[in-house]
Design a protein. Sequence first.
Length: 645
Amino acid sequence: MTSRFAFILPLIIVALVACPSNTATKKNGVPLRFPRGGTVHAALVSETLGQSGPGDPTLDPSREYISEAFELLRCCLVRTLYGYSGRPTAEGGADLRPDLATGPPTVSADGLTWTVHIRSGLHYAPPLQDQEIVAQDFVTALKRVARVTPQDAGDYATYYSVIQGFDAYARRKADTISGVATPDPHTLVLTVVERVGDLADRFAMAATAPIPTLKSNPTAEFGVATGHDAGYGSYLIATGPYMIAGSEALTPGAPVKEQKPAIGLLPKAKIIRLVRNPSWDPATDDLRPAYPDRIDVQIVPSVEDIQKGIDRGTVDVMMFGGPPIDEPLDQFHRYQADPSLGRTYVFSRDSIRYATMNLAVPPFDDIHVRKAANFVVDKTAYIKAFGGPLSGSPPSHIVLDSLEGNQLVNYNPYRSSGRDEALAQAKREMRLSKYDSNKDGLCDAAACRDVLALAFGRPAAIDAARSIAHDLGLIGIKVHVIPTDGQTFFQKITQPKLRIPLGLAPAWSHDFLNASNFITPLFASPDVSGTFTVPGGAAGACCDYSLVGASAASLKGWGYHVTHVPSADDRIHQCLRLVGRPQLQCWTGLDQYLTEEIVPWIPLILENAIVTVPARVTNISFDQFTGMPSLDQVVMSSSSAPSAS
């Protein structure tokens, strides 16, 4: 994908066969690379979908909060105001583009009013094929996010609390969201309480997909989703190129207890069947080629079951959101050795794993110690212990490249030519610290003698954590690794009063492709309670484990002797106020500032996604937004003939 991922380059997904000569199928007058048609058989592991209970695949846009669901919604079932193309970053897959919007939003001079114009003449899937998608339908979706989502694991409401009146409506202190207006059926006006330049990005989330008004009861709060708080997916009226099989028989408007779910999505059916939405017009959709006529998704007990299905010809695509260390790689190696079986691909899946250093705990309150740690930790050794070269690549800075337009792929302030030079650079930094009294490059203060490091994960992850401890020992920091389970790790690392020096090694990704969704929850200042607040209501405040920006009062309340730590708050606020390219540049500069001037982390590994497909798959793409294969872009050899539809 980039020069920094050199060992991945030969594996980037491209068309696997020459474009078929039959190009009669067109999109916006341009021949598609492949004609549409055929059926794709995908599979996912049970208990990944559905927040209402294990194995209950709700596919409810307001409630699903995992990658597999994100992909099924993005590729296939719903359209949003803005979205992504289902491609890798290097192919524009991280670029926000209009979907149901006619173009970019118009933002007022003060940055507080956003106006979005919506495509006209677009209709819902059957049985509401005669009902046009209008601006009010987005208001309905926002209302449902405000009042239904907070009960669930995925709290989308955090993203939209910046809209004026959203929180008041969510708390049932108002009957409407005052900051949302629909001056005409195809115009949506959003008023925010403070400038946030990523508002359009937040409307790429499936939770904001339009929900049709209930014609028999236009005042129904959540439109056709009214009464389906426990799971709307089985009753979902699609806007994307596909709909759930049997959706045409849905009866929105009938008493809820009498409504029967679509037969293509039943909790115990063990299959999700998507068929073409006859209301979808490919000429209006620049993001989804929608090659297959049908997509069948099996729900199976394990990754091994999916791999067996690929081997025996019953599965074409694995939908798996975990890192490659969690899936057996035997099949990958077999297919790599024998291309007649199929093909293998490796992508950066936009998940970075890191060591978090507490900036208020000696010796990590000294920036030179933190820089020395970044020089001395051998990321290659960490990756080898963690899962091997296939598990990921060594990151050179903090923020994901996809969130910065790949602008920093060659940036590496801790670069060295080998282990000897890395150790020399680390010792050079240590000599500048207050914890090296004799300036020999080794920490000789008491603070370095028994440094507690919490670690979690499977045995290989603990081994990898111990490799970090070994490396820090080379500069005099004697680390004591305490293995924990994941629940214990996060219970403790999120309590500043416990004063934990090192955390090894949490991971962070994104919900949408804007660096606000990464930098803000990780580095905005914590308040004294230990629950973290985010400027502008930006996404997912929770995780400033390094205590970047903690106030003197907070530090004192938590029992720290250190009275000051670096802050990124002013820069975060500056970036949040910008829109478009200026915001992207601002986040990129802030990444460099964090990496060199604050140094809260040791970035350890950019995790990979492993994709193995049988030989009959002739085209596939990777969706940088969801971290999944793009199901609408899968082409099977059997679909080389023109589709009957």
